[in-house]
Ligand binder design. Structure first.
Ligand SMILES: *[C@@H]1O[C@H](CO)[C@@H](O)[C@H](O)[C@H]1NC(C)=O
Ligand SMILES: *[C@@H]1O[C@H](CO)[C@@H](O)[C@H](O)[C@H]1NC(C)=O
Length: 232
């Protein structure tokens, strides 16, 4: 059907839920349909919808306890994963990430892209009929990759990145986190084109985490700073 659904990652009391909404065009409102919770949805960072109540989710950590989460990152454990959720079946479909972050899908719906923020790369995974994912390739990038947006017309991947991620953890007005937006074209080719479309030392925009292009315009969002509108 033509119904527009909205999937929202929520973290009530340090736990993870996914909230499903239906958009009602007549009165421009959202109707809450349900709250999804599951033991495999431990530390959800991002999701990509597969149907009205099914999705892939990245868990950026194995642990949800704050101290254990810190230890996990500190020890460099690769226990972060991707989970497929539907009301009938929930399962781990990819594992072995330092910290799986942004997730998205190619316009032909054949490939899933997963950003591993601490490993500085984007994984291309092939999606199968049983929803399992198999690894196709990894594109190494010299920056911390956060959320991924896919242009539905061109298939380009737009990434909000952190060139100096540690600065996100210190609130030092003299030493603010920078911003960087990368555009990946033809990720399946041997040599995909990687373009640094936007870069700033933090004087304009701090901690870019997401970038989305639409009809010659670009919106860049951040972890806790403002959003930036650019004309391409
Ligand atoms: C982008 O990523 C950050 C951290 O990984 C997350 O907190 C934020 O909600 C994401 N934003 C969007 C628009 O997906
Ligand atoms: C950041 O860039 C701006 C503009 O180029 C410059 O004026 C400023 O000194 C830079 N700040 C730092 C901390 O490098």
């Amino acid at each position: 059907d033509d119904t527009v659904y909205l999937f929202v990652v929520n973290h009530p009391h340090q736990k993870s839920t996914v909230e499903l909404f239906k958009f009602v065009e007549d009165d421009n409102s959202l109707v809450h349909l349900k709250t999804v919770r599951h033991d495999l949805l431990t530390s959800v960072n991002d999701i990509v919808a597969m149907g009205p109540d099914s999705f892939y989710a990245t868990n950026d950590h194995y642990f949800s306890d704050f101290i254990l989460m810190f230890l996990e990152a500190f020890l460099g454990l690769t226990w972060s994963n991707v989970v497929y959720y539907s009301p009938k079946e929930v399962k781990e479909v990819a594992a072995g990430f330092y910290s799986a972050n942004g997730i998205n899908i190619s316009p032909d719906r054949k490939y899933i892209y997963v950003a591993d923020v601490f490993d500085h790369n984007v994984h291309v995974m092939e999606k199968h009929a049983n929803w399992n994912l198999t690894h196709v390739k990894t594109l190494q990038l010299d920056t911390l990759v956060d959320n991924l947006s896919v242009d539905p017309h061109t298939g380009d991947i737009w990434i909000g990145c952190h060139p100096n991620g540690m600065k996100l953890f210190y609130e030092d007005p003299e030493n603010v986190p920078a911003s960087e937006v990368l555009r990946i074209q033809n990720i399946l080719l041997e040599e995909p084109a990687v373009t640094r479309v936007y870069a700033d030392n933090g004087s304009v925009l701090q901690g870019s985490s997401v970038a989305s292009a639409y009809e010659g315009k670009l919106l860049i969002g951040t972890v806790f700073h403002r959003a930036l509108y650019c004309e391409l």
